[in-house]
Design a protein around this ligand. Sequence first.
Ligand SMILES: [Zn+2]
Length: 262
Amino acid sequence: MFIDTHTHFDIVMKKLHCNEKTCMDNLGANNVINAVQVAISLETLQWSYDFALRNRESGILFTLGIHPSSASGKKELASLDTILSRAVTDHPDLLFGIGECGLDYYRMRQEKNLQINGFIHQITLAKQYHLPLIIHIRDAMDDALEILKSQAPTGGIMHCFPGDASAARKVLDMGFYVSFAGNVTYKNAHELHDSAAYVPLDRILVETDAPFLTPVPYRGKPNRPEYVIHTYDYIAALKNIELDVLKEKVFENFKALRNPGT
Ligand SMILES: [Zn+2]
């Protein structure tokens, strides 16, 4: 069985013009037993919650959070607080974590200080509710590591890991899991190959970030959650281990994040 630890079904469905039922059937047909719907903005908070509720039988979980490229002013953060406190009470079994949140100095769609404020707010929520933090970092690793060090969240995932092996070491030292997306399969992604080879099996996760970062052999087409299989294949070959071993380890890591302390 496979798990896609980070995906955006709302954008996938729009891009592929496919409906929910087809998406869920595709997961089942490809043995993807869990997929995490990740919220990125005020508009996607409630949608992600409802989507997971509607599709819980297909193994859908959800996160609540605001991406650094989305607005994260007072209004957005207050809505996040409200929906989150409801989710924690009503559906803790479906709520996977807080995020994606972090810093994106590559796109720089929001001012730096707004991004930092939103990030710190969400770290505080993750600590308050003992939930994994799902972190997005692009061209901002140094600032992000500094904030994480000073705010000391209890743990989580560095999603779509963007750095080399020494950055991976720092993230691991802070207790985070490192998740690789389809871009690790790209021929010239040498830093990512090194990082994926370096990250130990008890701290690794695999995701699609669909519809983005489509793995080889479908690079160039919109990504789908079921394509996660190709990233598993690639990482297993890179680490010179059986695919089944990687599947089992990712499953265990995912379970540990859902049930901290076990
Ligand atoms: Zn994402």
